[in-house]
Design a protein around this ligand. Sequence first.
Ligand code: DGJ
Length: 536
Amino acid sequence: MKRLTILFALVLTFVIPTFAQKSCLQTAICGARSNAERTDYKGKASLLKAIGHAEKVLEQESNIHKINAETARLRRATEKYLSHRPSQWVTIQNGKLWTTTAGDTVQAHAPGFLRIGDLWYMVGEDRSKSWNPDVNLYSSTDLATWKFEKKIIENGVTSPELGKTRMIERAKLMYNQRTGKFVVWCHWEASNYGASEAACFVADSVNGSYRMVWSGRPLGIKSRDCNVFQDTDGTAYFISTTEENNHLGLFQLADDYLSVTAHTQLFPWQKREAPAIVRLADRYFMFSSACSGWDPNQCKLSVSSSLQSGWSELANVGNAIAYDTQAAAILEIRGTKQTTYLYVGDRWQDPDLPRTKTIIFPISFSDSTCHFAYHERFDLNFVTGEWRATPSAPSFADKSGWTVASCSSQETTSENAPAQHAIDGNAQTLWHTRYSSTPATPPHHLTIDMGRTLAIQGFLATPRMDGDANGLIRKYEFQVSQDGYRWTTVAAADWLPYCTEVDFPAQSCRYFRLVSTEGAFASLAEIDVINASADY
Ligand code: DGJ
């Protein structure tokens, strides 16, 4: 018996740790290899040599110290190689569907991110069929070009016992330094959101085979919309909307991230969802939304120096509909000159679940506040960590000489919102349809005379920027005319994408008209048209 115990102790001391160390070395090899495959920086040959050496050690070595030393050596070699990334600007454009390097639509809604070297991995809901989503994995070196890696969770297949009945939402991916494993936590729901469960999956490599470890109500608590947060000391948390959407639950995870060990209730009765946490020095910032189904609502921020307590009162950030998004993640781009934080959100209603857009824009923090402003496009430098307004924005027509030919109505009594404000070049002023005395009824329209014939191939409607969402135009028609009498509709849809250029085949016209065909109000900060390309 005694001998058996000693043997068991030996196994625990040497064999199991060796397994964990090997797993970490294996992960370092996979990370180095996939980074080498997807990039072409100076020093690639040395990195490939280091990978080859590490592979031999992995195969032949069983001494823990030697394995650890090799892992550290390979990590250093990888870092050295990645330090040769050239400093370049990458443009991120919002409002459009993302396509993969193979030309397919990216399906990774409510995404979660994990960075390995210069590779960003993104997991998210595959909503190509709207309901019962699977979970897809993509990778990118610049958050703009995405390669489809694989479907990591297939509804009804990865865990077949329930059939394809689950709503797998908000999958989030983490790497566990201690175990060398990749862990996914998600909302694991039944069709009527009554199950209120979570689930956890694990794999040996980022694009390996994920198996379900656990599903259910964490510590017996009903749990819906969720996210994860990994603190600087490696402690991880699952955070979710609990007990019929009433509270947020902060669930501390075990060291291996595969189970929940403790629960702290946050924001009692405040009905928050879509939580996303980021840590800056010794402060945690948490973004969250109200619960309004797929409709966007006001994003709010709370700050604390402890995850478990002391959260400040929720404060509004951005406009009343979070620029038509709901939070999914906050990314950190740490560079040689600065750190840029990126807000990632889902534009669920634009125009439906399969075509939901992923929106990214830079945000910044000072003390306990966040500067949270929408950018239709911006440039990012992954080496310096800087961002800037994109200098090569499309060519918008010069507005001098433009006049308002007609408009359905304008509000000039309760606020100064004449139609002229939509073409004054100032996004801080706005046109609003009449709401004093007898409110105007739809359709609302604004007709502009450009004063000369122009070839145009698109327009950009900039919504009001004052934080209010009243009058946001959704169902619309965009028409052009040469003489102001005969009109051609060149674009129309049930959903005008928020602050996004709408393209149409090039047209010569002197007049254009934006019609808002439903909604009690219409409002607009600016309307611009895009010059047709020179070869038109
Ligand atoms: C909003 C949530 O944030 C989404 O993840 C999803 O659960 C929808 N509600 C369902 O209405």
